[in-house]
Design a protein around this ligand. Structure first.
Ligand code: SF4
Ligand code: SF4
Length: 664
């Protein structure tokens, strides 16, 4: 007799099934509705455009599990287990709809059990069950016995409960089918062999009486279904929430270029940046619901690795905890005074530690954005609380007063070009060479600019410069939280660029590159921006530039704003290959380790922990390369500083790719 045709303490099986199912669905819906109400306390954010594109991308990252595939490596294969869980979950979910809700719930089990579809599907579930069981067992051993660094402190009761449900779930399924086979109402099929694992397990029941077997089958059916209902409630009430939150998080993720921060409307904004949890947008709150504490972000964060207070996982978890505590109170009492997040729940030290390297955003399997939240908190520190480290404040004042952040610089914007015979920009020039504040004023970086000019002349490129009319692109101001100053600089520069009819811009600075290419568009500045590595690579390709290499090994430092923000990985490498051969550091490409100078950190002292640039130089030394090449004036300064402080000038030198090509 099917389990739902039986009576339990006088209650018919069907009634019990639907009472429990509807109760669980009700509790689930209640919790989800509450979470949505909490989320709606956040600021508005436009995320409803391009719905088809969003749906396709979401399908690729969730159903296709690209979210996990992207970070599987030989060192960390945990993503394989997750893929098994996710695909296993989807396979089972379909079976619940067809065989339990429709089949058992509406008395159609007997009909379904005799269909070929049921037989095939039970075969699939048989195999999936074994895989999920093995993956869950491995996950428990890994988390509680092996304890890899990124799961340190994550041996919680909640995590164990979740993993035990994943472990028991396939077991109850297999025994449910095995007892059905023993009862002689197996997946009947059309003469095909029975699902192998369940069929083998059915032998355990051989000596049971019919009544005992019937009771065992009913017990496994109910155990399995109650486990599913329990998991559904766990999804809503625990970190399992990521199973649904992450799906919507992927769907609603920002469609802006990776290098573009959200623009504040300075005229209408009621508050600048984030002071309290409800100053985040609803999408930023959805990010918080999605975090599953996997620790991948903390593993790649240079601030965490160098022992600083910032830990991106804890930052998200602390914000999540604040949201979970504060939002329900605010729903009850609109006048409830929420805690200060910026400088309170999250310390200002941690907020200033970030290099905005984007390693955390890149690696997060759930598409949680950390950098935007950190910059929003910086905006509040700077524009509302006037809390900013002295050295950063001086850089901002220098941009405001002199159009560049280098407060000690005494040279003028055009002195670097003396003797080079460079045209001022005019309508005949095909390209504008955007020099950047470092390239024009910082002693070491001037050589990059001079080398680049030599290359441009050698390749007969028709270019000009803005000279004294060029001003800071505003990138340091924006990353340091002074959105007002950034917008002023952006508008001023766009006006100048339009005045000269500029269409194509070459620059050697990835920070200028990112800002002009990705952030000026919001202010009406549309330009074709080319990084010097892109140009050099194509000139070599076209045979317009000769390369004289000396076969000495070179390693390469990926500038974050070139690589992770703009996906320029190939061109610098192709140039280096031609120069003498590339030898990669342990962390490279998408997983490259920051030099420590991004996000305005060039103008901030590194007060706690080890120095990030020195950690990077240690990785470079391990390669045995004699040169560390880079393609960013900030990286070059940071790496050269570290070479000096580590005293390894004799074994390693830092050079920009332009310097290597020009032989300067
Ligand atoms: S933010 Fe992303 S990478 Fe970091 S712990 Fe949460 S889920 Fe993992
Ligand atoms: S952007 Fe870089 S420094 Fe900032 S939290 Fe993320 S990984 Fe850490």
């Amino acid at each position: 007799m099917p389990p739902l045709d039986m009576t339990y303490l006088g209650i018919p099986g069907y009634a019990l099934f639907w009472i429990l199912t509807l109760l669980a669905f009700g509790l689930f819906a209640f919790r989800i509705a509450r979470l949505i109400r909490c989320m709606r306390l956040g600021r508005k954010e436009e995320s409803f455009k391009k719905l088809i594109r969003r749906a396709l991308k979401t399908a690729a990252v969730t159903l296709g599990q690209w979210c996990q595939l992207k970070s599987i490596s030989l060192k960390d294969r945990a993503g394989i287990g997750h893929i098994i869980f996710a695909w296993g979950f989807l396979t089972f979910a379909l079976s619940y709809l067809v065989f339990i809700i429709i089949g058992a719930g509406f008395g159609l089990s007997a009909t379904l059990e005799h269909s070929a579809f049921y037989l095939y599907y039970t075969w699939i579930l048989d195999i999936v069950s074994v895989l999920v069981f093995a993956a869950a067992l491995w996950a428990i051993i890994r988390r509680y016995v092996i304890r890899p660094p990124r799961l340190r402190g994550e041996q919680t009761g909640e995590a164990l409960l979740i993993l035990l449900t994943v472990l028991l779930h396939p077991l109850t399924h297999l025994f449910k089918i095995a007892s059905a086979i023993a009862l002689s109402h197996p997946p009947a099929g059309l003469g095909f062999a029975l699902p192998p694992v369940s069929a083998a397990l059915s032998n355990i029941f051989t000596n049971l009486s019919l009544d005992a077997l019937q009771a065992a089958h009913a017990a496994f059916f109910w155990a399995h279904w109650l486990l599913i209902l329990g998991v559904m409630l766990l999804v809503a009430y625990s970190r399992y929430l990521h199973m649904i939150a992450s799906f919507f998080n992927a769907f609603f993720r920002s469609q802006l270029p990776k290098g573009e921060l959200r623009t504040i409307d300075m005229e209408t904004a009621e508050i600048f940046g984030t002071a309290r949890i409800t100053d985040f947008t609803w999408k930023q709150m959805l990010d918080l619901y999605s975090c599953v504490s996997c620790g991948q972000c903390q593993q790649v964060c240079p601030a965490t690795a160098s022992g600083k207070p910032l830990n991106p996982k804890l930052l998200i978890q602390d914000l999540k905890q604040e949201l979970m505590q504060t939002a329900p109170r605010l729903l009850k009492d609109k006048d409830y005074k929420a805690a200060t997040v910026t400088g309170g729940v999250i310390t200002s030290e941690a907020i200033w530690d970030c290099t905005t390297c984007r390693a955390c955003d890149e690696v997060c399997p759930l598409y949680i954005e950390h950098v935007d939240k950190i910059v929003d908190m910086r905006r509040n520190l700077v524009l509302e609380q006037a809390v900013i480290p002295e050295s950063a404040e001086q850089a901002l004042r220098s941009i405001e007063a002199r159009g560049h952040p280098w407060r000690g610089a005494t040279a003028g914007r055009t002195e670097w070009s003396q003797g080079l015979d460079i045209k001022d920009m005019d309508a005949d020039c095909e390209f504008l060479l955007w020099v950047g504040c470092s390239g024009a004023l910082e002693e070491r970086s001037i050589n990059i600019t001079r080398s680049l000019v030599k290359i441009l002349k050698q390749a007969d490129i028709n270019f000009g410069i803005l000279g004294a009319e060029e001003s800071c692109c505003g990138q340091p101001a924006r990353r340091l939280g002074n959105e007002y100053l950034f917008q002023m600089q952006a508008q001023k520069n766009i006006e100048t660029l339009k005045k000269y009819g500029v269409k194509k811009i070459i620059t050697a600075c990835p920070h200028c590159y990112n800002t002009i290419k990705n952030e000026y568009t919001a202010f009406g500045g549309e330009f074709e921006v080319i990084h010097h590595t892109q140009l050099i690579a194509s000139l070599i390709e076209e045979g317009r530039l000769e390369v004289k290499g000396n076969n000495s090994p070179i390693t390469y430092q990926d500038p974050c704003y070139l690589g992770r923000y703009n996906d320029i990985y190939k061109q610098p490498r192709s140039i280096i290959q031609k120069l003498g051969g590339l030898t990669e550091m342990e962390d490279s490409g998408k997983k490259g380790f920051c030099c420590g100078g991004g996000g305005g950190r060039m103008w901030l002292e590194e007060k706690s922990g080890s120095r990030i640039n020195e950690m990077r130089i240690e990785q470079a030394l391990e390669t045995g390369a004699e040169t560390i090449a880079t393609a960013c004036p900030f990286c070059l300064q940071m790496l050269e500083d570290a070479i000096k402080t580590k005293g390894c000038q004799d074994s390693l030198k830092a050079l920009d790719i332009a310097e290597l090509i020009a032989g300067e």
